[in-house]
Design a protein around this ligand. Structure first.
Ligand code: DX5
Ligand code: ZN
Length: 217
């Protein structure tokens, strides 16, 4: 598999209106979203608490879009099977998490999900070396995980070229954190194929225009 030409846009459901989840999922699907990014937080790995497997199960019933589940949790190996059985298509885990992220990815793959590693801004790209035989995507974060609506740390953009050099042409590179209309050109220029955005989609009135703007066509 080589990197897709078309940029994949994955709105992060974290900034959706949770009183209207079904409508929000249908709206981003109709607006041309490629995936739904789901931020799973445990209140330990990050200072915020969000969604568990039963919410992923509900999303899976409400949309046909692939669910890109970003696990910001300690001991991901304890929970990953439940997320995959709930309908996660992609599982990202952090090497900075306590526990056994490699085992978590092995379990994810065994149950049919695609595996990705997610790196905090301060983590070097070589931190993914130990799982390069397992992963199909590397998520390089451009904010510290925990909350949407933060400013992008633009110095992280140089890590995509480094990752491309280190891991070759086939690994998908995903960005998460602070992507918006004013910096998306630099993001695409950096060599990203998958753009996650919460505020820059759900904070806009016109989701179609927002997604088109992020994709760049
Ligand atoms: C932060 C999450 C992000 C977040 C992005 O921990 O991983 O996915 O929702 O939000 P924005 O696009 O607003 O920076
Ligand atoms: Zn995320």
């Amino acid at each position: 598999m080589s990197a897709p030409k078309k940029t994949i846009v994955a709105p992060s459901i974290l900034s959706a209106d949770f009183t209207r989840l079904k409508d929000e999922l249908q709206a981003i699907e109709a607006a041309g979203a490629d995936w739904v990014h789901v931020d799973i937080m445990d209140g330990h790995f990050v200072p915020n608490l969000t969604m568990g497997p039963f919410i992923v199960e509900a999303f899976n019933k409400l949309t046909d879009l692939p669910l890109d589940c970003h696990l910001m949790i300690q001991q991901p190996e304890r929970y990953v099977e439940r997320f995959v059985k709930a309908g996660a298509d992609w599982i990202s885990v952090h090497p900075e998490a306590e526990g056994n992220p490699r085992l978590a990815l092995e379990i994810a793959k065994k149950h049919g999900a695609k595996a990705a590693m997610a790196l905090k801004p301060a983590t070097a790209v070589w931190a993914a070396d130990g799982v390069k035989d397992l992963i199909e995507m590397l998520l390089i974060m451009t904010v510290n995980p925990g909350f949407s609506g933060q400013e992008m740390m633009t110095h992280c953009l140089s890590k995509y070229a480094e990752a491309r050099k280190r891991f070759g042409p086939d690994l998908l590179l995903e960005i998460d954190g602070g992507v918006k209309a004013s910096n998306v050109a630099a993001v695409r220029e950096a060599g990203v194929q998958v753009i996650v955005a919460a505020t820059a989609v759900f904070g806009e009135r016109d989701y179609t225009a927002a997604i088109r703007g992020l994709r760049g066509n």
